[in-house]
Design a protein around this ligand. Sequence first.
Ligand code: 13P
Ligand code: SF4
Length: 349
Amino acid sequence: MLDMPALREVLHEAYDLAPDPALAARMQSEYARMSRVVSPADWAIHAPYVAAINALKKDRNATILAHNYMTPEIFHGIADVVGDSLQLAIEATRTEADVIVQCGVHFMAETSKILNPAKTVLMPDMAAGCSLADSITAAGVAEMRARYPGAPVVSYVNTTAEVKAASDICCTSSNAVQIIRALDADTIIMTPDQYLAQNVAALVPEKRIVWWEGSCIVHEQYTAQDIRDFRDWNPGTRIIAHPECPPDVVAEADFSGSTKGILDYVSAERPARAMLVTECSMASNISDAHPEVEFIGPCNMCPYMKKITLEKVLWSLHTMTTQIEVAPDVADRARLAVQRMIDLSAQKA
Ligand code: 13P
Ligand code: SF4
């Protein structure tokens, strides 16, 4: 676990990190991208960290890959690439930087390392896990294979390297339907997200999909009754749900898609009012680009994603820790599953 008081002492000796309204005022171009959701007072606190991280990134020849669920000051202030899980995996194969800093959760950093064994991949807080990745091991995959002999295993990228290595192919929420349709099998095992599997099964009725009973602690909290109530109280609101939500929640929504799918939908449709049935930062991060849309309604916070902060990213680049390692034999097998997914998605695009 990170020793935050000790970490702060080191950082404050090395950098000038006191709130700085003058610096914040000079960094208006960065602030403009988040001014609808970050107050000027908060920006004065964040600006010294953003400036220090962006300078250190150049010194280290580092790139920051940030998931759509990062806080706005990370998403808009320091990220080189932002996106959903598939976009981040693809960008990890393209980067020419020596160092990748993963602003997201642990399985994303592992995926970057699997795709870039020779690069340094840094995780700002190793405690940033994922309830889905925690729900299954390679032994669980073997159990499913024994239960459904001959059925291919499609594992969500929200899994450990060992689980990916034990799987035939990976998927994300943006390509799961394409991948299931493309597989030459009548019965397909999907791990570990039971709800993603059920949502895909509804769209691909010609296949028999069986699943592991994992779930996302953020999306499983929504209920169909919540959505119906919300629609009654806020008529005309466009309701957009992530496919990690239970199927009856997705059935109540106007649209369901990955975090990139959600962004694309909002950009194309520009609804007057929208409720994003997903993690809280999603609406915050697209808010400034869409001032015409009023984002309303409850959201759920991912406690893992929120472990990543500007302070920890600066620490990570300053100390070059924590470096992700994946055993080469595991990485080689996991890479096959991830690369198959990337290749198949590209063919279908
Ligand atoms: P996507 O960004 O791929 O939609 O995934 C959402 C998620 O929960 C990542 O942890
Ligand atoms: Fe895992 Fe859900 Fe958090 Fe994504 S939002 S990292 S799936 S717990």
